[in-house]
Ligand binder design. Structure first.
Ligand SMILES: *[C@@H]1O[C@H](CO)[C@@H](O)[C@H](O)[C@H]1NC(C)=O
Ligand SMILES: *[C@@H]1O[C@H](CO)[C@@H](O)[C@H](O)[C@H]1NC(C)=O
Length: 341
């Protein structure tokens, strides 16, 4: 007899967005549902609403999970890292928990509820920030003790990466067959394509190889992490030819400094693509590639490093001629306080 009453389904994400979260962390995307009137017909009980979270990326919408009543079904691709935190105890709270965040999780998320013929949804943007990168001493492969490894990352404007951050980078396709220190004093490296010399503690399986906790005096490379840089990495569109000293003067004349290696990785993670190797403040020469091409370092995207020797060691001679990457800070005082944290 209340059939004239209409549902008024409202779904709301109480956040203006975008929601920003660091690589490897977890986050809760808030969402709530409300019904302004509940129909109570004598003949049928109200239908349990169907709750659905989807991710919208590149025009494609993929289901993360669906729930009806107490039953929650998580898409296999999100197993163990997506859940409705409070839904079973408070069915109005549809907040989605997402764990092990990786850069490919940067997308729009839709919280949707269907009940009978009614359908309502809301959308929020998530931005995952931060990039993990391999770093090697100018002197050669495996030259850092644990404390030197931490200092090396700090000296180039980064921090030593955590195991979670390296794992998140691995899930985004990061591959590097070089053992490196991590913040928990373990030594690991990420492998997508298992092969001779890169098996580590795993035979034919892809995955992050783990040597476990090592003696702090042992020598390895390091994995660094940079999350946010306040300023701009810039580069002339016409390739230049500078020695290291000339490159430094060029940036100073432009009211800037040579970019650090961390700043270049950060700029790459934000979309910088330049096929021209340039000097950085640590004396290394690198260039950022988003769209892989044969002439620009082969079939993989990434920041490419120009080594002195074919065994991928040594920074170029300071007198050799290359392009340059400069950096102009926005909020220098704040930036320093971030780096010394
Ligand atoms: C949802 O769950 C989280 C974690 O258990 C809790 O901190 C939060 O207060 C809950 N929110 C509501 C609305 O109950
Ligand atoms: C790499 O090559 C350089 C120069 O030939 C050599 O000095 C160095 O020992 C080599 N390093 C490794 C790890 O093979």
């Amino acid at each position: 007899k209340f059939s004239h009453l209409k549902y008024q389904l409202r779904v709301k994400i109480p956040h203006p967005g975008p929601i920003v979260a660091p690589l490897g962390s977890s986050i809760s995307l808030p969402c709530s549902v409300s019904l302004s009137s509940v129909p109570a017909t004598t003949s049928s009980a109200p239908i349990a609403p169907r709750v659905k979270w989807t991710v919208v990326s590149g025009g494609v919408e993929t289901q993360i999970l669906v729930a009806r009543g107490q039953r929650v079904k998580v898409n296999e691709a999100y197993r163990d890292r997506a859940a409705l935190l409070n839904y079973t105890s408070s069915p109005d709270d549809l907040s989605l928990w997402l764990g092990d965040l990786r850069s490919s999780d940067s997308a729009h998320y839709r919280c949707e509820v269907q009940q009978g013929l009614e359908d309502a949804s809301d959308l929020v943007q998530l931005k995952v920030k931060g990039v993990v990168f391999h770093y090697r001493d100018a002197l050669g492969r495996y030259a850092f003790s644990f404390s030197q490894a931490k200092r090396a990352c700090e000296a180039i404007g980064a921090r030593i990466a955590t195991a979670d951050q390296l794992l998140a980078a691995y899930y985004n396709g990061y591959e590097q067959c070089d053992a490196g220190w991590l913040a928990d004093q373990t030594v690991r490296y990420p492998i997508q394509v298992p092969r001779e010399g890169c098996y580590g503690d795993m035979d034919g399986q892809p995955g992050v190889r783990n040597y476990g906790t090592m003696n702090p005096d042992d020598l390895f490379d390091v994995y660094c992490y940079v999350e946010e840089v306040y300023g701009e990495v810039f580069h002339d569109s016409i390739p230049q030819h500078f020695s290291f000293d000339e490159a430094q003067s060029y940036c100073r004349a432009a009211g800037a400094e040579l970019a650090t290696t961390a700043q270049l990785y950060w700029a790459w993670s934000e979309g910088l693509d330049r096929c021209s190797p340039g000097w950085l403040s640590d004396g290394s020469v690198r260039y950022p590639i988003i769209v892989p091409r044969d002439r620009c370092g082969g079939p993989q995207a990434g920041v490419k490093t120009l080594y002195q020797f074919s065994n991928q060691t040594g920074f170029p001679e300071p007198t050799s001629l290359h392009d340059v990457y400069c950096f102009r800070g926005e909020f220098l005082a704040f930036q320093e306080s971030v780096y010394t944290k």
